[in-house]
Design a protein around this ligand. Structure first.
Ligand code: HEM
Length: 159
């Protein structure tokens, strides 16, 4: 067979298109973190458990006092509590590749003036870790989510 310039180009194009299709297939085969966590219902359950742990955590008493006072007075209908819960679900949903859109304040603005310490930050991250363990979230997914949370530290600590 005579190898023409044209046949080499057609072959290369074929190889290129083939590799594109493979990449697409591989991307489709890896579900998002959101899907692997179990979607919005699983994330909501983790957020509820997380909020319960934060509320009971003595390290959080200083910064969360206004919220805890409102919950003490109004129970589960506290607007601050409802808003925080929805914002956390949206934030984790969006960060893990879900359809949610976070509509709350950016992390610097939300924590401005609180002077949150590294100890407080790690204590709260420990509450999230505990909540994920409670629902037996596997190590890979847990590490992925905690890595996203850890990346927010510079925007939250010391503001
Ligand atoms: C680990 C990463 C953290 C994330 C992802 C996070 C996320 C959020 C979000 C989404 C809000 C609501 C923002 C809004 O209302 O628009 C918020 C508010 C707040 N955060 Fe954080 N936060 C983190 C760490 C911390 C830490 C370490 C503390 C304290 C030790 C803290 C204390 C608060 C308080 C007191 C509020 C206001 C709650 C209220 O009264 O409505 N956060 N945070």
């Amino acid at each position: 067979m005579k190898i023409t310039k044209m046949s080499v180009m057609v072959l290369m194009l074929g190889l290129f298109l083939g590799s594109c299709a493979k990449e697409e297939e591989m991307a489709a085969a890896t579900p998002t973190l959101y899907a692997r966590l179990g979607g919005v219902d699983a994330i909501s359950a983790v957020v509820d458990e997380f909020i319960g742990r934060v509320a009971a955590n003595p390290d959080m008493a200083r910064t969360f006092k206004p919220l805890l006072d409102e919950v003490g007075a109004q129970g589960a209908s506290s607007p601050k509590l409802i808003s925080l819960r929805n914002n956390l679900i949206d934030q984790i949903g969006e960060a893990s590749g879900g359809p949610q859109k976070y509509k709350g304040k950016d992390m610097v603005t939300a924590h401005k003036g609180m002077n949150i310490t590294t100890v407080e930050f790690n204590s709260l991250a420990g509450n999230l870790s505990g909540a994920l363990d409670k629902f037996s979230v596997p190590t890979a997914e847990k590490t992925e989510l905690l890595t996203v949370i850890a990346s927010l530290q510079p925007m939250i600590v010391g503001k």
